[in-house]
Write a protein that binds this ligand. Sequence first.
Ligand SMILES: Cc1cc2nc3c(=O)[nH]c(=O)nc-3n(C[C@H](O)[C@H](O)[C@H](O)COP(=O)(O)O)c2cc1C
Length: 179
Amino acid sequence: MELMEAIQQRRSIRKFEDRPVSDELVRELMDAVMWSPSWANTQCWELVQVKDPAKREQLQQTISKGNPATKAIVSAPALFVICGRLKSSGYYNGVVTTKFGDWFMFDLGIACQSLCLAAHDKGLGTVIVGLFDQDAAGKVIDLPEGYEVVAMVPMGYPAQEVKAPKRRPPEEFLRVDSF
Ligand SMILES: Cc1cc2nc3c(=O)[nH]c(=O)nc-3n(C[C@H](O)[C@H](O)[C@H](O)COP(=O)(O)O)c2cc1C
């Protein structure tokens, strides 16, 4: 698949076929995360694939009311909890280097996009889920000190066709020389 095609045609998928995603395929997709750019190559991402159905249900409890991805947390054939190591991205010798402090969210965002695009390339659907209680989710996966849960990514073979939500055209957001 062409990269531009993948970027344009990837959609957030929240309904999945009852068909497993193999460990081999998951391992292949991890290469896409591995090769993502990150601050000074800090690679602060940590992923937890949650297979235990009881933990899946506990994670679903952390999802905010009305979140359209709620069902997918349990029903998706694969689920990843995306975590970040703190105080590495954006730091030099333990000291923040920019006014934004920790850049882990930025690096994890890129890693998520790599994961979702690679999954799309393999015929899989994903949705990045950010609206939930991250601290409660951390307890479910025994998150250690110094890390944060940021997002969850349910994944599987799509069981729905989704229309692309409207985008802002480049003419609106690309400027030249000044804002
Ligand atoms: C950081 C982030 C958080 C998101 N959180 C949620 C979420 O909690 N629930 C959900 O259903 N979709 C979530 N989404 C998916 C967006 O709604 C979706 O990407 C957007 O509407 C554009 O649609 P598309 O992905 O099909 O192009 C999130 C996306 C991003 C990038």
